[in-house]
Ligand binder design. Structure first.
Ligand SMILES: [Fe+2]
Ligand SMILES: [Fe+2]
Length: 137
């Protein structure tokens, strides 16, 4: 589901590592919702989702600080994308997840995977040259 490729690299080691960790957490969530063994996995799904939310908050703050400290011109627009993702993850209907764990869980994983992939490739990638030119690798 979440597969790292070289074209995800923003050529900044700490950020590439954080993106890889987001993928690892995403894959953990994917593994749980794909089990299809009929066992109630609500607690595990929510725990994995909270891990995703918490690590995303940590990573976004790290990125935002780096952009802000270096006067990155698209900072505000970039931060709005981060905020929208966190709101979406926080607004997950826990009852629906509980009722239809496999379906709602999988929809959630697909949303998260697509969002992260698009965000890294289209939005994070825009600061790559800017920050690299400031000597940040
Ligand atoms: Fe990022
Ligand atoms: Fe970002």
């Amino acid at each position: 589901m979440f597969k790292w490729r070289d074209d995800f690299s923003v050529n900044i080691k700490s950020i590439d590592d954080q993106h890889k960790e987001l993928f690892r957490i995403g894959n953990n969530l994917y593994d749980i919702v794909s089990l299809k063994d009929g066992i109630d996995r609500y607690d595990e799904i929510m725990e994995a989702l909270y891990s995703m939310r918490d690590y995303a908050i940590y990573h976004f703050q790290y990125e935002e600080e780096l952009m802000e400290q270096n006067g990155y011109p698209d900072y505000a627009k970039h931060k709005r994308e981060h905020d929208a993702f966190i709101s979406k993850v926080k607004s997950v209907d826990e009852e629906k997840v509980d009722e239809k764990q496999e379906q709602v869980g999988m929809d959630l994983v697909i949303f998260i995977a697509n969002w992260i992939e698009n965000h890294i490739l289209r939005t994070d990638m825009k600061y790559k040259n800017y920050l690299n030119n400031k000597g940040i690798f």
